[in-house]
Write a protein that binds this ligand. Sequence first.
Ligand code: ADP
Length: 598
Amino acid sequence: MESLEKSKYNIFVFLQEMIKMIPLHTLYLLLVALINAFLPTVQTLAIAEFVNRVEGAYGGVSDIQMVVIPLIILLGIVIFKQMMPSVTNLINVSAQNHLKIVLRNRFMKKQAVLQYRYIEDNESCALIYRVCEKAENRFWTGYRTVCNGIELVIKCAALIGIVMQASILSGAAILLVSVPLFYLAYKTGKQNYVLQKDAVEIKRRYQYLSKILSDRNHAKERTMFGYSKRITEEYDRLSDYANQKEAVIEKKRYANMKSGSLTMVMLAVIIMLLLLPALSSGKLSNGLYLGLVTSILNLVQGMSWNLAGIMQGTADLNAYLNDVGVFLSMEEKADADVEPLKIPCFQVETIEFRNVSFRYPGREEYVLKDCSFVLQGNKCYAVVGKNGAGKSTLTKLLTGLYEDYEGQILINGKNLQEYRYGELKWMFSVVFQDFARYALSFRDNIWVGNVNENNVQLLEQVIKKLELEACVQELPGGIDSTLGKLEKDGVDLSGGQWQKLAIARLLYSEAPINILDEPTAALDPKGEAKVYEMFWQVNEEKFTILITHRLGAARMADEILVLDQGRIVEQGTHKALTELESGLYKEMFESQRCWYET
Ligand code: ADP
């Protein structure tokens, strides 16, 4: 797997995209941030004017009515501060709703066209989850952090500007202390982010344990194995540990805030003292002095609460944007989202693996090494081999999920990679070991096997062939009953019925090549052999590859291929392979014989 570290999705790209996705919301928040940023300055000047004019009126220099204007401005500021949070709350909700639609759409599309290797890789999967989970919230919170940052910087700069006009020394003092204070807060913010990431990871683990302890899917095993007590202990241990970590973060944050605010209070006192000469020389009016003191104290209060939060938010945003960048630059599969594309008059003649070698991305060892074999279109095959021999990998290569193999795979003599991906989708129908159980109606569970077809007759035939009629009749809503546990009235099927339903999808599809990749692994060997027997009977006319490590079903195939150490070591009929003096198939068959004898 290539490095998941590099990313070009920086804060500037992020801001551009935010403006594109939700221009009005971003503009609103920026405006509010700017107004908030300049508010202390306006407030300072208004207080100054107010005090000066009141002084003037009492000294008989000016008219008391002159006091009205700064008073109106101060009133306006109060009203704005009162109103703004509720309007902003509404905007927050609306912005996230908009983002949810745009981002979900975009991220889902990206996920749908990703190269298959990412889906199977744990690290990539975790990253995709981190990016897509509540993306709208992460984007909006990130943007708010940026606006808060802009607001704080402007607030400080404007205040420093006014102070500098009265006393350069005081302005320089604020600047001198502010810069390291910002830096310190950024470092603490980053440290907190790392600590929090650990805590989130632990939380994820104990939340999973909580799921095991409470959800329906684990109920049977929970009762049978009686592991609840042990898992509860582990849950308690992990949640205590996560709480301790969070307590450390809180303590750090608090200490950081308090030390920050203490420094700022000291700074405020120093500034007030430094400004005294300017006040007594008349360079600074009483009003402006009072206004400045009020604003500095306000800023101190705001800084102590906001600075660490903004810095932690920035570290969080940076890490998130890095993940987003990696996700968006993940390689896509051409045509990945196309619908199956029928090839007119197509019939399977041969499928050939010619010296195929393959290893999974990032792995040293080859799963297939110089693997060669030919399958004829008019026969049914079984591929057998021990667990981990590479049987499923064969399916993944044949169906085009992985393309970076060495050697050639040919269908009817034509290189697999020369077929369009839509054509391959049409060509193959596979039932995997971990086949899906869709929480859809019984009918739709079969229909998804061929979404281009709405053939009621074929559907009925398939149900009949697989002896599922009684099962349908017993369902409360017949064929339209919703299956699964997602809905309150959803009906659950037995394991065997779900398996048949997965096979029904395959029969309903018009794919000329059928692959069964151990979908019956959950059944006992005899049960499995029975299902396959039925499958052979109902699906004679289609080219089928059956993959299994249990040989009961393989016997029914026209030919058996034995996969071992990355290559086909034996190929022939059951009879021919068991008549060999020695061989892997014979050995496996002998050791499994007792599974099938009554
Ligand atoms: P089989 O179907 O014969 O049981 P598989 O084809 O599933 O075997 O796996 C063959 C080998 O490849 C195993 O060692 C397995 O661990 C490894 N493998 C399977 N999938 C992946 C993957 N996505 N990434 C890395 N290794 C894998």
